[in-house]
Each structure stands twice: as C-alpha cells, then as structure tokens.
Design a protein around this ligand. Structure first.
Ligand SMILES: NC(=O)c1ccc[n+]([C@@H]2O[C@H](COP(=O)([O-])OP(=O)(O)OC[C@H]3O[C@@H](n4cnc5c(N)ncnc54)[C@H](O)[C@@H]3O)[C@@H](O)[C@H]2O)c1
Length: 671
C-alpha cells in the first residue's frame, strides 16, 4: 500500500462507512474464549458500551455482530474494524503527524500489534495471554487518529485503551498519559478483571503491552541471560562453566520464548516444555530453539547424549512441563537449574495448561466448566511441585521466574511452603535480580530507532558499547561483573539476530550508563550520525518502576513490599521531568491486583532541551528505587546511594540507621 494511502487510512479513524465483515483468520494464534461471566444486565451494558464508538445508524448491524462476539469469545473485539493495511513499525515519517513525538508513539503501538510480534494480534494482545494494547479495534483506530492530529501543546489521555481525548497542555508535558487496569483496590481479583474487561471498561496492560514499549522477545533475552548466568554461578564452583549442565523450564510464548535463546548464550543445555505447537513453531522458525521433540523417551535419550558430549543445545519438548519434571525424576536425569514460565499470573483462563488434559480439552473447559478446570490446574500444580521437590532434594537450584508460580502453587495447596510460612524456593529477584541488578540501579534500559533502519541500530550498538568500555574503567569492584556481562552482551547482540519487529535493542544499565548512552544518542541524532529520532524506554520490570511483593520488590524485607508508593511516585516524577509518554498499570507479570507498575517512553530528537530532560528524568527514574531500596536497608542500594549522592550533591536522601538485632531481641524478651 502506498504511504499516502496508509496515512489517509490512519487519519480517518473510525470509517464513515462500515468496512466489510472479515473472516476469522484461523492461521493466527488467537486468545482463548474468555469465560462467560456477565449477568444479563451486564451483557446489555457491554453492548451499549461498545456501540458508543459508532454512529447510531450502524447500531442494528453492529449490535447483533458484537453480541455474537461476546457469546463466542467472551469479549467484543470488533473484528470488522481490523485495518486492511499491515500494522508494523515503519519509518517515523511514514506516519501522518503534526507532532513528531506522536508519530514515534504510533510506531511503538504499531510494533506492539504487528502479527509477527504480538501473541494474539487480532485480540490486540501483545504477550502474556492477556497483555492488551487496546480492548477493541475502535480504540486502536481512534488513538491513531488522535495521535495523527495532535500538536505538541496537547496531551492524549488513555484509560485502559480507551482514548478519553486530547486535552490542552504544553510542550514539556507528556504527549500521552496511559492508565491500565486502575480499579479500586477491593475490586481487583481475577474475576473482576474478567468482568470489567468483558464490559469494555478496563484492561490488563501487562507491562510493556499497554505502554507500547514491547520490543519482542529480545526485551527479555538479556534479562534471562543475566538470570541464567548468575543462577549458574550459584551452582558452579568458581570459574567453572555451564557446559554439560541442564536447565529445565516451560513456555515458549512471548516472554518465555526467550529462555532457550538465553540458555544458548549462557552456554547451558536447555529443555523447555510447551503445550502449544503454534508457539513452538514460531520459536523454531525464528531459530530461537534448536530442536523440537514430541516423544518423552526420545527427549530423555537426547538430553543424556547432550550432557555426555557437553553440547550447548536448546530443545523444545512439545508437551506438558509436569510430565518432564516427573519423567526426569524417574529416570534420574540431573537438572542443575530449574524454573517455570507458564503464564500463572492468569491461571484460570489459559495461562497454565494442566497435566492430564490436552490443549484443546483445556480450551473448551475454560469457558464451559471453569470450576472443573480450576481443579485440574490445582491438581497439576501439586504434581509439578512434588516432582520439582524430588529434583531439588538432589541439588537442583529452582527459582520462581516472576510468573506467580510459587504463589499459585501455594494457593493450590502444593508442598511449597517452609515451616515459617515462607516459600521453599526463592524468586529470581530475591537471589539474583534484586541484589545483583536492581539494588545497584541496573535494569532493562532499551531503545528503538525511529528510522526503522538496521544501519542506525548498528550505530547505536557501537555508541553504547564505546560508552560501557569507558565507564568500566572507573567501575567499583561491586559492579564489575555486571558491567563486564553487559559489555559482552552489547558487543555480541547484533550477532544473535535478536530483532523481531522494530529496530530495537535492550541493554541492562545503571543510572550513569543510561544517562551517558541516551546523551550520546541525542547528540548523534543532532549531528545526523543517526538518521532519525531514537525512542528510549524500559521494561516496567526495573529498579523503581514496579511494586510487586513476589517479584520486583520481593527482596525488600522491611515490611514495605506490599506498598506501592514507589511505582506511583516514579510515574508522577517521570511525567514532569520530561517523559514523552508515561503509563501506570495494575497487574503485569504476576496478575491483576498483585502488582502496580509503570514506565515511560522518551523521544530523543537531537534537541538541546531533550538533553536536559533525559538527564533529569533518567536520574529520577533510577534513583527513586535506589533510595527506597536503601531505606529498606538493602546493602547494595545503600552503597549505590552513597556513591550517587557524591556524584549528585543536589540529591539529599534520608538514609537509615541500622539497629542491632541483638539489642532489639534482648529488649523484646524482657517485655
Ligand atoms: N521473568 C521475567 O522477567 C518475566 C518477564 C515477563 C513476564 N514474565 C512472566 O512469565 C510468564 C510467561 O510470559 P509469556 O509472555 O511467555 O506468556 P505466554 O502466555 O506468551 O507463554 C506461556 C506459554 O506457556 C505455555 N504453557 C502453559 N502451561 C503449560 C504447561 N503446563 N506446560 C507447558 N507449557 C505450558 C503456554 O502454551 C504459553 O505458550 C507470565 O506469567 C509473565 O508474566 C516473566
């Protein structure tokens, strides 16, 4: 389609005439049918809510059609309004705009909905089973229209995918402010999400889905590599490599699909179980997993062979993870590292497929017999934990991978708790990400080249690695390993062919690194060395962006891990320090009601005032979390804060005095 035609269609928003009905595309991966949860009165509301996007003359046709969608899929997606053009990242100037920053946001939205990037593209879901960009196609069309016509003196306000509208603001304000799933705390259970989402009034934005910051599975490969490398360091003798060792986990979906790739980079054999052949096919075709095995006996043989020859190979097992853990325990296969990345943040609606049911049987049961399905899931989790416990008794290091595995297994009644009520196994944040990364300010910084040109990405890679090479010279001992891992990562990143969708890169970095890299990009955009603006952002899964007691803040031990002040303060602070867009979400990673997380996007356009904004905003975006983690008495954060306050004398943070446990114990005993 010619660019002018594409621009016209974007600017049109909701078309003046009804587009023809389109057939349901069976080639695509679709979201499972959601459960029928609405009362008759609520169903009526859902229809009225959907129809308010359209002229009354279309209501007789659309009301019937939308009622059918609600019955057949449990949601009203408005499939008829899926655009005819290809939705994908393009050159920033291929989008129609009056504000170039708004065009960058269109690029980011388009990437999140690209059929080669998104998990369930026609249901507007980017990853994680229910991580939505919008609730329906009317919202998509309206948002793109608003972005195409807005100026730098307006801000677009988005409530859970719904564009409330454009409001006057000023050039230094965010161009877009997004909230997702923000409900009154008492109304934040899984079923509340089902109900509100079915009525079209709220959505689960996950982390980077509803905030337009998803960059394909690459976003998670780096973090997963860091996690596997450091988990490997826990089970290895000093200097010993991971060769010949085995990592077992599950899931080859949006995020979980990064596991075999990361394991390969880390140099360990991996077996990842996945029940959905479509998900396996995608990752295999992309070269993210080397081999696919469907027979469990063949899997055992292949793993024994790989261990014997110390191969570095990634294997997808098409089947249930429970069978792998059980069979490997029976056959005495030694598993050095183990985890799970099924979508247990969404246990009852297709995030976790229980053992004993086929994929198809599960999908039918989810909508037809939700209570029966729940029992299957619980029984399966109990079996999975029993098998994992057999392995850990023989030395396996098992960790929760941020998918609410421990939480849901404990709720299911599995043998996962210690006598003191704590989980038997750590979350990857407690042992690895928290103390080694977040407390030092390292997190998943990322960027996207708005020219959509691989040559610009190569330039940014080389700028970033030059900066890390410089910084590493003055790096304190505590973070030298981190810096060395990250430098190696950025040097090798292009060679790993990680780009799926937009020309993007992820690089874990601390405040100093993020600011230095962004500053250098801004200068390179100004000089023309990089041919178009660069968007910077991050995963919400970071130092300051997320309050999540069983994940990002699971290594906060002062009793404050159930508070969410940090995430809220973060997004407010980012918004007035220069972010181009900000977002704050209920839910993401571990489930609705379990986490509050936020993020930002910033367009580096080469201007001088952008340089000031990036310094202010990135500094706050990391320091907020460091200050909070330091107040929680986390040693690494106290070290990082002291170092930062030396570098930045205008920052004066309250630091804790450390009380002596012995003193308190003695006094408490006497009372
Ligand atoms: N560790 C992290 O940094 C991190 C980051 C983001 C997300 N997550 C969490 O990880 C989970 C997975 O995310 P995702 O985006 O890959 O989700 P996804 O839904 O795209 O993928 C999960 C996959 O697991 C498969 N699966 C479900 N039950 C199974 C079973 N019993 N055996 C084998 N396969 C099974 C599903 O078919 C699906 O393909 C989510 O809960 C997400 O929130 C973790």
């Amino acid at each position: 389609m010619a660019t002018f035609e594409f621009k016209k269609l974007i600017s049109e928003g909701i078309p003046a005439e009804l587009p023809p009905l389109r057939p349901y595309d069976r080639e695509l991966n679709h979201a499972p049918k959601r459960k029928n949860i609405l009362t008759p009165g609520e169903k009526k509301l859902a229809l009225k809510n959907a129809l308010r996007y359209f002229n009354e003359k279309f209501h007789p046709v659309l009301a019937r059609e939308f009622a059918g969608e609600l019955r057949d899929f449990g949601r009203i997606y408005m499939y008829r309004f899926i655009p005819d053009y290809e939705i994908k990242a393009r050159h920033i100037d291929d989008f129609p705009y009056r504000s170039r920053s708004a065009a960058a946001i269109m690029l980011m939205i388009s990437n999140n909905l690209d059929i080669s990037v998104a998990q369930h593209p026609h249901e507007l879901i980017t990853y994680g089973g229910n991580g939505a960009v919008f609730q329906n196609w009317a919202q998509y069309r309206l948002v793109m229209k608003y972005l195409s016509e807005m100026t730098d003196d307006q801000t677009l306000v988005i409530y859970s995918g719904h564009p409330l509208g454009l409001f006057p603001s000023h050039k230094d304000a965010p161009r877009v402010v997004v909230t997702n799933g923000m409900v009154i705390p008492n109304y934040s259970s899984q079923d509340h999400w089902e109900r509100f989402n079915a009525m079209g009034v709220s959505q689960y934005g996950q982390m980077t889905a509803g905030s337009y910051m998803y960059i394909g599975p690459q976003g998670i490969v780096h973090g997963t590599t860091i996690t596997i490398l450091n988990a490997g360091r826990i089970v290895s003798k000093k200097g010993e490599s991971l060769r010949g060792k085995l990592f077992v986990s599950s899931g080859l979906g949006g995020m979980s699909g990064a596991q075999p790739k990361a394991a390969k980079i880390a140099g360990i054999i991996s077996v990842i179980a996945e029940v959905n052949p479509k998900a396996i096919k995608v990752r295999h075709l992309q070269g993210w997993v080397d081999e696919v095995i469907t027979d469990i006996s063949k899997l055992i043989e292949r793993v024994m062979e790989a261990k014997k020859n110390k191969e570095v190979v990634s294997i997808a097992y098409q089947g249930n993870i429970v069978d792998v853990w059980e069979k490997f325990a029976d056959e005495k296969i030694v598993v050095e590292l183990g985890s799970d990345q099924t979508s247990l943040h969404n246990p009852w609606a297709g995030g976790y497929y229980p053992a004993g049911l086929s994929l198809e049987e599960s999908n039918i049961m989810i909508s037809d017999d939700p209570e029966g399905f729940k029992s299957f899931v619980k029984r399966s989790l109990i079996r999975q934990v029993e098998a994992i416990n057999r392995h850990t008794r023989n030395g396996t290091y098992f960790f929760d991978y941020g998918n609410a595995f421990l939480l849901e297994a404990s709720r299911a009644g599995a043998d996962i708790l210690k006598p003191d009520g704590e989980f038997r196994y750590p979350s990857y944040v407690q042992d690895i990400m928290g103390p080694l990364c977040f407390d030092y300010g390292f997190g998943p910084f990322r960027w996207v080249c708005c020219s959509n040109d691989p040559a610009d990405l190569a330039t940014t890679d080389s700028i970033a690695s030059g900066i890390l090479e410089d910084l590493i010279k003055s790096t304190p001992e505590q973070i030298q390993q981190q810096m060395a891992d990250n430098l190696l990562w950025i040097k090798e990143a292009a060679g790993h062919n990680l780009v799926v969708g937009s020309q993007a890169r992820i690089l874990y970095a601390d405040a100093e690194g993020r600011v230095a890299i962004a500053e250098a990009f801004n200068k390179a955009v100004a000089s023309g060395e990089i041919s178009a603006p660069v968007v910077i952002g991050r995963d919400h899964h970071d130092v300051s962006g997320t309050d999540s007691p069983f994940r990002e803040t699971s290594n906060i031990y002062d009793g404050s891990r159930f508070t969410a002040d940090m995430a809220i303060q973060n997004v407010i602070g980012d918004s007035f320090r220069g972010a181009t867009w900000v977002s704050i979400h209920n839910g993401g990673g571990v489930g609705w009601g379990e986490v509050i997380n936020g993020g930002f996007g910033m367009v580096l356009d080469g201007k001088a005032d952008t340089s000031q904004k990036l310094r202010m905003m990135l500094h706050w975006d990391v320091s907020n979390g460091i200050a909070r983690r330091s107040w929680a008495r986390n040693e690494a954060a106290m070290f990082t804060l002291a170092r930062e306050m030396k570098r930045t004398p205008e920052m004066k943070v309250t630091v804790p005095y450390l009380a002596d446990d012995k003193l308190i114990d003695e006094i408490l005993e006497g009372i």
